[in-house]
Design a protein around this ligand. Structure first.
Ligand code: HEC
Ligand code: HEC
Length: 368
């Protein structure tokens, strides 16, 4: 503020000097009987122009020509969310910016830092968050993080408690990455949280932008069929994820070129993808690799059937005895009892899920 004021005073002084000088010269010329012409008209104009500019910069808002600050980004429920604009990172202070960048890096290359041969800690099964949260968690219906910052902390039935973003991230460490939780004060966790916060830029609290998370597919009116699913797997998945479902390591041996779908290095039975609806919703819009929500290849039926096949294979177990403390809160496709209905366990695993949803809805109505 000081420098513009000095410039303002200096300009005013110059203006006065120019006028005084001009008058003096005119007077001297008149006395000497010489013509004076237009005098210092141009000098005056230049000084006035400078003065106007100096005054303008006090009046015009400073950010007029800068991109709007991050919180002005608008994602309504109707605009498709495709991630936060990296250009906006310049609005963060340097420390926060570094954290956000490190967070993104950890999502994309989790295994290099935290995998079995990780450089920071050895905590996980070797998968990357990005294997399931595509494009570092920014792809529409690619299990992205568009609704994380705007909806957490929130109550979740699985734990029966209000969960913070830290707790939710650690859930994926313990289940999807079949590993152990990160300390909430670690630089890694702070970076992941900073990244989630940055992705949530401009999304109002409580809002889920269009395209966030996973698509919800309509229920089939028959059980999903692992036998049909196996045929789809052989035709459309096996070339990358392999016949034994264990994927392919990349040549550096520290991450997957094609991540595992089952076997000891895959997600465990407590993971979100172990629920058929989550798996089918993910695969429908994102697999085989290369498809998008705009150009899916599998029908809904094929997505449900291949989910039934993959989730019937062997994978790591997890003690789930503390999950879903409120039995009525279990999602329709949670495959382990007890249940509030008397339908068989296989129906909770493969469907049809419609009747279970109806019973749940009726029980909820009765309670309220
Ligand atoms: C094997 C697949 C898989 C991997 C790997 C994985 N996740 Fe997830 N994640 C999921 C699924 C499935 C969900 C639940 C989506 C739903 O219910 O709609 C989820 C949910 C989340 C959520 C909550 C999203 C929301 O909108 O509520 C966060 C945050 C998250 N994961 C973070 C991570 C982080 C960080 C990593 C890596 C350390 C990771 N995940 C690795 C599959 C995975
Ligand atoms: C052309 C190779 C290719 C084909 C074919 C393919 N995938 Fe994938 N799949 C990938 C890659 C690569 C990833 C990880 C994506 C990333 O990291 O960006 C992946 C990730 C996944 C994931 C989440 C990560 C995990 O390992 O749990 C699932 C589930 C999955 N694919 C299922 C399928 C199914 C089902 C099919 C067949 C319908 C299929 N994929 C076909 C390459 C392929």
């Amino acid at each position: 503020m000081l420098i513009p004021i000095i410039i303002l005073i200096a300009t005013l002084l110059v203006l006065v000097v120019v006028y005084v000088l001009d008058d003096a010269l005119r007077l001297m010329n008149e006395r000497a009987g010489l013509p004076y012409g237009s005098g210092m008209r141009w000098s005056k104009r230049v000084v006035w122009a400078v003065l106007v500019l100096v005054v303008l910069q006090f009046v015009v808002p400073h950010d007029l020509f800068e991109p709007p600050p991050p919180q002005l980004a608008t994602y309504g429920p109707d605009s498709l969310w495709t991630g936060a604009d990296t250009a906006r990172l310049i609005h963060l202070d340097e420390e926060q910016r570094d954290l956000v960048r490190y967070g993104r890096e950890l999502i994309a290359n989790t295994s290099a830092y935290l995998g079995p041969k990780g450089t920071v800690r050895q905590r996980t099964n070797g998968m990357n968050c990005q294997n399931c949260h595509l494009d570092a968690g920014t792809r529409p219906w690619g299990n992205n993080y568009g609704a994380v910052w705007s909806t957490y902390p929130k109550f979740r039935e699985r734990s029966g408690a209000t969960e913070s973003v830290v707790k939710r991230i650690n859930d994926c460490f313990e289940r999807s990455l079949n590993g152990t939780a990160l300390d909430s004060n670690s630089r890694e966790m702070r970076a992941l949280v900073a990244y989630m916060e940055w992705l949530g830029t401009g999304i109002n609290t409580g809002t889920k932008p269009k395209g966030s998370g996973l698509a919800e597919l309509a229920f089939l009116d028959r059980p999903a069929d692992p036998v049909k699913g196996e045929a789809i797997y052989t035709a459309k998945c096996e070339s990358c994820h392999q016949k034994n479902g264990e994927g392919v390591f990349s040549t550096d041996g520290n991450t997957y070129q094609y991540p595992p779908l089952w076997g000891e290095h895959s997600y465990n039975i407590g993971a979100g993808l172990y629920r058929l609806s989550r798996f089918a919703g993910y695969v429908k819009n994102n697999m085989p690799q290369g498809v998008t929500w705009e150009s899916p290849q599998l029908s809904d039926e094929e997505a449900w059937d291949v989910a039934a096949y993959v989730n019937s294979r062997q994978r790591p177990v997890l003690d789930l005895s503390k999950d879903w403390p409120n039995v009525a809160g279990k999602p329709v496709d949670h495959p382990f009892g007890p249940f509030i209905d008397s339908l068989p366990e296989t129906q909770h695993k493969f469907g049809p899920f419609g009747p279970i949803a109806e019973i749940k809805a009726a029980a909820k109505k009765k309670k309220t």
